[in-house]
Design a protein around this ligand. Sequence first.
Ligand code: F6P
Length: 404
Amino acid sequence: MNQSKLYIVMVGLPARGKSTIAVRLKENLNKNHIHTRIFNNGQLRRQITRVNTTTPEFYDPKNRTGVELRERIAIINLERAKRYLSNNGDVAILDATNVSLKRRQMVKVMLNEAPILFIECINNDKEILEASIKRKIALPEFQNLDPQAAFESFTRRIQYYKSIYSTLTTERNFIKLDSLNNRILQEEIVDEIPYHDLIRDFLVTDTVKNLFLIRHGETTFNLENRIGGDSSLTEKGKAQAESLARYFSRKRIPIIFTSKKKRTVETAQPIAARQKDCVIIPLEEFNEIHSGICECMTYEEIREKMPEVYYARRKDKYNYVYPGGEGYVTMKERIDRGIKKALYLTGGTDNIMIIGHRAVNRMILSHFLYRRTEDVPYIYIPQDMFYHIVATQTKKLFQLKPYE
Ligand code: F6P
C-alpha cells in the first residue's frame, strides 16, 4: 500500500453537505501542498449524459437504465481517481452518495493500492434540509419545473437513495460526521491514514472565510434607550443602512441572514438591493435577547421600578435570566444553532453577512473568539462599524471596521 496517497470517499444522502466539505477539504489540503482533486459523480453525470437525469425515477434502484448509467459514471471517476494518484496526486476525493453496500464494495475492489477513508455526512435537521433542497433546486437542471414540483422531485430522489442506504459499519477506516454541527459521531481507523490529523481537525472546525457581522442601524427605541420591541430604523438608521449598502456593493454578498425583527431586515434591504442576486433570510435564532417583563422599558425605568432585576443583572449579567425572558446563558443554544444554520446554508460561498443585534452579535462573536463568559455581555458592538471575521483552520481574524 502506498503510504502517502489517500482516497477519501464521501458517503451520505443528497443535501447532507458532502460537496461543501469536499471542496473545503480540497482547498485546505492544497494549501498544505498536498495535491488533491475531487471526482464528483453528479457533475460528471451532468457533463456527459444527454438523458434527462432530473426525474426522480432515474434514481429508482429498479430503473435499470438509471442504475447502469450511474454505475458507468462511478467507474469513470474511480478510474480517473486511480490515474490521478498514480501520477502526482496525493489525495483523491470521491464525491458521490455511495450509500449502498454494493457501491462501496465496488469502490473497495477498485481502489486497492492506497488506503480509503470513508467520511459519512449525517444531518437530519428538517428545517436545514428543506433549506438545502431549496438551494439545490435553484440549479439549472431543475429550471423546467416550478419550485413546488422541483422540491417534490428532489425529495423523491432522496427517498430512492434512502431505500438502499446502509450506514458505515464494516469499512476499515471511517468517520461519521454530524455535518451540521461539525461533530464526529463515530471514528474507526484500522490503517495508517496519511494526513489524518489535518483532515480530522478540519472536519471539526467551523470554517468561515469572511463573515461580516453587522448590528442593525439606529432605531427609535435606541434613541430612547428602550430595550427589545420591534421598532423601525430612524432616518439616521436608514442612512447607516445606505452607507453599508454602498460599502458592500464592492463585495459579492449572496445571502444576508437577519433576525425576524424589522430593524435588521430594514438594514439588510438596501444592501441586498445593491447586489446582483442576494436573498435575505430572516432567522428566529438571531432575534435579540428577550427581556421578558422588561421588554420595551428603558434601563432607567427598570432601575426605578424593578431594582431587584436591575441589580441582579448587573451582578452577573451573563447568567441573569430576565423573568419571563432570556439571559445570555439561555441564548447560547439558539445562537449556536443559528450560526450552524447560516454556515450550512451558505455552503462554499466566500462571503456571509449576518445582521443582528447587540446581545446577539456578542454571542456570535464569542462563538468564534474566545471570551470568558463574564466578559461576553460587554463586548463592544457599535452601530457605525462592523466586525469582519475569518475563522479557518489556518487563519483567525477579527477586525472592527468603519463602513463610511
Ligand atoms: O438596546 C438595544 C438592545 O439590543 C436591547 O434590545 C437589548 O435588550 C440590549 O441591547 C442588550 O444589551 P445588554 O445585554 O447590554 O442590555
